[in-house]
Design a protein around this ligand. Sequence first.
Ligand code: NAP
Length: 676
Amino acid sequence: MTLLQINSFAAGNWIAPDSAARPIEDAVTGAVFAQAGNGALDVQGMLDYARTVGGPALRAMSFHDRARMLKALALHLGKHKQALYDLSFRTGATQADHMIDVDGGIGTTFVFASKGRREMPDGQVYVDGDTEQLSRNGSFLGQHIYTPLQGVAVHINAFNFPVWGMLEKLAPTLLAGVPAIVKPATATCYVTELCVRLMLDSGILPEGALQLVSGGLGDMLDRLTLQDAVAFTGSAHTALKLRSAPHILENAIRFTAEQDSLNGSILGPDAQPGTPEFDLFVKEVCREMTTKAGQKCTAIRRIIAPEPLVQPVIEALSARLAKTVIGAPELAETRMGALVNSSQKRDVLEKADIIKTEAERVFGNPGDFTVTGADAAKGAFLPPMLFHCADPDTAQRVHDTEAFGPVSTVMGYRDLDHAVALANKGQGSLVASVITRDPEVARQVALGAGAFHGRIYINNRDSMKESTGHGSPLPHMTHGGPGRAGGGEELGGIRGVKHYMQRTAIQGSPDILTAIGGNWVPGATELVSKEHPFTQRFHDLQIGQTLHTAPREITLEDIEHFATFTGDTFYAHMDDAAAQRNPFFPGRVAHGYLLLSFAAGLFVEPNEGPVLANTGLDNLRFMQPVSAGDSIKVRLTVKKKTKRNDEYGEVRWHVTLTNQTDDLVAEYELLTMVAY
Ligand code: NAP
């Protein structure tokens, strides 16, 4: 049989495997069907190509350009996902598993595309937080900004999610403006190779933005610089080896590690048999044990139940696991496919034997189980295996041995503190879950276990229909965990993009900060035009463009009219003596909302024009009371522009209201949609 040749993509060329290639097994038949790896790969050439061709091309684009590029990629992959599904069956994964890997990866790319457009500017600098006032009169300010790293991101991925594992790293990297070299695990690199081919053939990516290493990385990591970053997913063992390399340490090269972890799920004391929570717990644990044949970094490895419920949990779980059809992944009735290859199966059995030194096997016999539609002796099939550890306090192996397959251990807890202590015995996990309807139980677990876990998932009858699952990392939420889990963090919306950028504290005058950040900073030059800014279209408005209005006096009649008209007859506006007893007011004062309404009346341009709608106010503060006889005037300045589509964009205006002695009365940001 001729072997499928899994190529690398280096400096614009597809490179076939050579004599250094490693064999790749079909998970279901056990036959070697492919090979990958080229000992002569020019890794320096790949790094140079990314740094000199891909990086400059990506950095020339704005965040919005790159977000649109991600959306186009996701749409393109969506059209070709059947080819990815078809190939993925060889990894042992079922159709339901493909939904997590292929659809999950595409969905993650869509989320970053959308967040990039909504939450990042249409420019090249991402401003982090407000300005800091560093001087008495505001002529010298501070601001934090992010700019993209000027090197390359090397992504080293685990075998279990050949598509999602790549895309969850690639989407934030490309959005940041950094090119990537992807190195999938050899065992499943043929699926990643197809996905990379699809993306490259689409012509959507600029040249040099994406390269692929199928097989070994050679000495690429020894050639990285301070402008590069490594994002690793895999075992704690490999992570330690790679991150402790002298070159990585000496040059302080960013190294993010997502490793294995001994995730726990706690059954709340309120979740007695017969409650929806008990059934939910059993369902979630069963799903986590069998999805991807348990080869999920977030899978539930430790099942933590109240001591009196240990036996009922074992019985209910065993009954459910017994219904799991193990078989050929492409069969519709199969609920659990094969592990990725025979070596992974051997590894899981060895780890299960270690767990067995401290726990008794209560379900699943690897020597006796049924496989539907495939040869159990040839494929990497295993049954789900459930263990019971009677003494989880003195046990250690059940808390630190990750059998990366369908293996989990039940253990009992005496009280909630004990449950939290057991969860934390994993020494840092990606996720802990608690199934409870009692908010106090949830609060105690969050407080006690938060510092040990990257994510805490709480579920009960109220949320179960829409909940996303203990084991599903979401692009909106951070993924990663402390200690044993690697100490890394990925995803989490725009937080995930920042891992590929440098945060820099910029100090300077308001004009300088405005020029760098692209947002108008209070104190910077105001551009006062003859035309009213509301008569100008989105693309004609300039950052800093300002309108100063005439003043308007506030009368007692205005205050009383507004009070009776709106029904807001709060005593501070109506009763002088009562208002004076209040520490904030000199006597009767105008309503804050009256001032806002008058402000709108002062700055509005009433005729039909490019301003389409007022969509909100942010950061509103009333600083000083306004009494009858005072007057207010308004300054309105274009602070930030965000194009939404070809028809309109959002304009954020910085607005101040000042009184007759120029004291600040109110400040806010006004949001409008303006025609493009
Ligand atoms: P692994 O053996 O540690 O391999 C991970 C990656 O490292 C693979 O791409 C592997 O490539 C590469 N690698 C190994 N040695 C290397 C070296 N000397 N230089 C450069 N790269 C090297 O892990 P795995 O077996 O693929 O995945 C299973 C493990 O990953 C489990 O422990 C699981 O918990 C963990 N995992 C964690 C997460 C998470 O997000 N935290 C997600 C999924 C999986 P080769 O395949 O070519 O050797």
